[in-house]
Write a protein that binds this ligand. Structure first.
Ligand SMILES: *[C@@H]1O[C@H](CO)[C@@H](O)[C@H](O)[C@H]1NC(C)=O
Ligand SMILES: *[C@@H]1O[C@H](CO)[C@@H](O)[C@H](O)[C@H]1NC(C)=O
Ligand SMILES: *[C@@H]1O[C@H](CO)[C@@H](O)[C@H](O)[C@H]1NC(C)=O
Ligand SMILES: *[C@@H]1O[C@H](CO)[C@@H](O)[C@H](O)[C@H]1NC(C)=O
Ligand SMILES: *[C@@H]1O[C@H](CO)[C@@H](O)[C@H](O)[C@H]1NC(C)=O
Ligand SMILES: *[C@@H]1O[C@H](CO)[C@@H](O)[C@H](O)[C@H]1NC(C)=O
Ligand SMILES: *[C@@H]1O[C@H](CO)[C@@H](O)[C@H](O)[C@H]1NC(C)=O
Length: 495
């Protein structure tokens, strides 16, 4: 009996170590960073404290989130007061890096002019807390939260004036924090902020034409997504020039821009759908990548959008080309694409109609990030890439034993290891999100966090989900909890 038991234990141990070996941190280059992400409005709370003024996201939330979900970031996770506790959790977990964003209107409440000393103090404290625990800060400057004052004064990203004010804000950040922060991302999800914020109107600043999905009080879905994205690109390029001229020599940091990447597959094998899939990539991805690598928008966008697509002067084109040291990508979903040429006959066309294709979200599927990373490697110049966001959404109050999230992370981290072996220039991976936060498209109803927070609990206690323990074990190169291994192995498709 004892012998049989020992054999059984040995077999199980072999199985576990084989499984752990199938996804080991050792497979990644030694300078590859693993982290987790949040953004200011989603995690900080303290929205009306210590001199912070509202951003367009505060305004959007308080106006009812376009009737899509409830809630606001007034308190959220209260990260503003709990940052020490949170950094301790990150350190215990073994994170190399933390990606967060600076609330522009906390640091510079009116978007320009006077710096808020309390805001400055908060970010200095947070950054010091991170670096003293050996955690790299990866900082985003704009994560859907433009100061409301600038929206009121000149309609924010619609106006070219934003380029000047954004550069001045970045200058403050580089000057004050650049001795410790080496990884700067100018704008989060340029493509989604432009299309959803200015086209569909379903995220701040909720601008759209009267015929759009959300009830917007102002906007023009035919023109503004292109204008907003254009100004984001110019603002990014201006900030990169500033950094390279004034700071890079001393601070030795890196500047990037972030886009949401999407898996695209043709709905059918007809040439129409296959070409429409290419077009969807041009509109969603090359819209941002082509200016950064080639200095101009894709030809098909110029053709279909016509005079509504702003153009770059020669000087701007030169400035924007090669203005990134790395690209930040977020990845969640894959869509099937079908050709829809009829939409080009419409007047007052929107982004989707200019694209002349329809998109349908596919069930979560691991095969597609491989294709996306392959495209970046082969077609987009193999830029250095940080995966800034990737994660799995569950109803907020689902079980702390979040096997579905573990399976998801296991799959994606495995795919990334494969992609690196196959030549992809990947530098880091961040799980969205570190904590359950106020989510942009679902409020507090659905969550992606490694830590659960009961938002009704006055102490907002952080409770680790099983995924937090799993990620921590992976990061520390420890063997995986047997319970988790069994669960993963029960799904053969994961292996
Ligand atoms: C990590 O674990 C693997 C086995 O799972 C082992 O081969 C390797 O030596 C470990 N690496 C480090 C740095 O401890
Ligand atoms: C949007 O702007 C275009 C170009 O200026 C104009 O032709 C169109 O009528 C505007 N649409 C709306 C809904 O205001
Ligand atoms: C838009 O406003 C109308 C009238 O106030 C309302 O009936 C409708 O539900 C609103 N739609 C959305 C998506 O908010
Ligand atoms: C398209 O063709 C490929 C290979 O030729 C095949 O594997 C795939 O199932 C086809 N897809 C559809 C939607 O017909
Ligand atoms: C994942 O995608 C592949 C390729 O399109 C498909 O064959 C498979 O059925 C998909 N699996 C799920 C779970 O959607
Ligand atoms: C989760 O929340 C929903 C909606 O608030 C509620 O109906 C459900 O009972 C909750 N489930 C658990 C397990 O608490
Ligand atoms: C490796 O990269 C090549 C070229 O991009 C690609 O064709 C191939 O499918 C990739 N292999 C794997 C296993 O991902």
């Amino acid at each position: 009996m004892a012998f049989a038991l020992r054999v059984l234990v040995a077999v199980i141990l072999v199985l576990f170590s084989w499984s752990a070996h199938s996804l080991s941190r050792d497979e990644f280059p030694s300078d590859f960073v693993f982290g987790a992400s949040t953004s200011a409005y989603q995690v900080e709370g303290a929205a009306n404290e210590d001199g912070r003024k509202p951003s367009i996201w505060d305004t959007f939330s308080h106006a009812g989130n376009a009737n899509i979900y409830k809630g606001d970031g007034d308190v959220s996770c209260d990260g503003y007061h709990k940052y020490k506790e949170d950094v301790q959790l990150m350190a215990n977990m073994g994170l190399d890096a933390y990606r967060f964003s600076i609330s522009w209107s906390r640091l510079i409440p009116d978007g320009k002019g006077a710096i808020n000393p309390k805001g400055l103090e908060y970010y200095n404290n947070l950054i010091n807390e991170l670096t003293s625990h050996g955690i790299q800060p990866h900082v985003t400057l704009h994560h859907w939260d433009l100061p409301q004052t600038l929206e009121d004064e000149y309609e924010g990203w619609i106006s070219r004036k934003i380029v000047y004010d954004f550069t001045a804000y970045a200058d403050v950040c580089f000057r004050e924090f650049g001795d410790r922060v080496k990884y700067w991302t100018t704008v989060n999800e340029v493509n989604v902020f432009a299309t959803f914020g200015y086209g569909f109107g379903t995220v701040p600043p909720q601008r759209c034409s009267p015929f759009s999905l959300a009830n917007c009080s102002r906007g023009n879905s035919s023109t503004e997504p292109y204008l907003a994205a254009h100004h984001m690109l110019l603002a990014h390029a201006s900030v990169a020039r500033l950094y390279n001229k004034k700071y890079k020599g001393v601070q030795h940091g890196f500047i990037g821009l972030n886009v949401l990447t999407i898996g695209f597959v043709p709905l059918t094998n007809t040439s129409g759908d296959i070409i429409a899939t290419q077009r969807a990539q041009d509109f969603w991805i090359r819209w941002v990548i082509n200016p950064l690598t080639l200095g101009d928008y894709p030809d098909i966008m110029k053709k279909n959008v016509g005079s509504r697509l702003p153009s770059f002067t020669k000087e701007e084109s030169n400035l924007i080309r090669n203005s990134i040291d790395f690209l930040g990508i977020n990845f969640y979903n894959t869509f099937s694409v079908n050709n829809y040429p009829e939409s080009l006959d419409m007047e007052d066309r929107t982004f989707m109609q200019d694209m002349a294709a329809e998109m349908t979200m596919l069930p979560e599927n691991d095969t597609f990030i491989d294709a996306v990373l392959d495209t970046f490697k082969n077609d987009y110049g193999n830029l250095p890439i940080y995966i800034h966001e990737n994660g799995f959404k569950t109803p907020h109050n689902s079980s702390l034993n979040d096997f579905s999230r573990i399976k998801y992370l296991h799959k994606y981290i495995g795919s990334i290891a494969k992609a690196i072996r196959n030549g992809s220039n990947l530098k880091g991976y961040f799980v969205w999100s570190f904590l359950d936060v106020f989510e942009i498209l679902s409020g507090y109803e659905e969550s992606l966090g490694l830590y659960y927070i009961d938002f009704k609990d006055p102490n907002l206690k952080r409770q680790p989900k099983l995924s937090a323990k799993w990620y921590s074990n992976f990061l520390k190169n420890k063997s995986v909890d047997p319970k988790i291994v069994m669960e993963i192995e029960s799904d053969a498709s994961l292996l």
